[in-house]
Design a protein around this ligand. Sequence first.
Ligand SMILES: C[S@@+](CC[C@H](N)C(=O)[O-])C[C@H]1O[C@@H](n2cnc3c(N)ncnc32)[C@H](O)[C@@H]1O
Length: 221
Amino acid sequence: MFSKILRPLTDLVRHILSKPDERGDLTSDLFRLKIRGRVKQLIKDNNGFLLDIGCGEGLLFETISTKGNMIRCVGIDTEHEMLEIANERFQGMKPHSLNFLKAHAQNLPFLDKSIDIAICINTFYNFHTKDDVVEVLEEMERVCKRDGFIIFDVRNKINPLVYLSFKFVWLYDTQVTLNAYSLSELTTVLTSRGMVIKETVPIGFPITMFAPIILVKAGYQ
Ligand SMILES: C[S@@+](CC[C@H](N)C(=O)[O-])C[C@H]1O[C@@H](n2cnc3c(N)ncnc32)[C@H](O)[C@@H]1O
């Protein structure tokens, strides 16, 4: 009942706040756009093999396509439809060696220590359980080279707006799963495996602890 009124309203806000050329893309909106922009900054001095986990329509590769110095980029997603859109987006203009694969984030089809930069953004908060998120983080750590790093975002449950909007999601959207986490509960998965947190970037509020979104870059010492 509530969602019948509120869902179109939230869709409209998302539409207005999207970048004009991304409007209509299922994975576009202002925060996701900001996250992709910050990821670009975090990887600006690096090159090598980049993996985007849960790549959706491939919008991250559009963001970094001007970078030009990645050697190989792969996007994986479970949804065939998303991968088709991603492939169409880069048809005939693949900026790097760019490929899209159907694969599961919890079971990455890559060898141990084979990836320079493993990224998973705008995806964890839609997973049904924390165990799913932990499995993906463990997979990211497994495939990451010793001199590489991983990047992911945390929808921060300490932020009151995130906490309330996720808890009461049933009021405005009955179909979506939204789960928020604290920074420490996700980073301990990595630190217990020998990684260190290299950088945290608050998005949406300048104080990391209370920011609605925290972007995390982790690697080895
Ligand atoms: C909200 S979109 C984010 C897309 C992209 N990362 C971005 O920032 O624009 C989440 C994507 O993750 C994919 N996904 C969900 N669960 C997954 C899983 N277990 N393994 C791989 N991809 C998954 C979905 O199909 C969807 O395309």
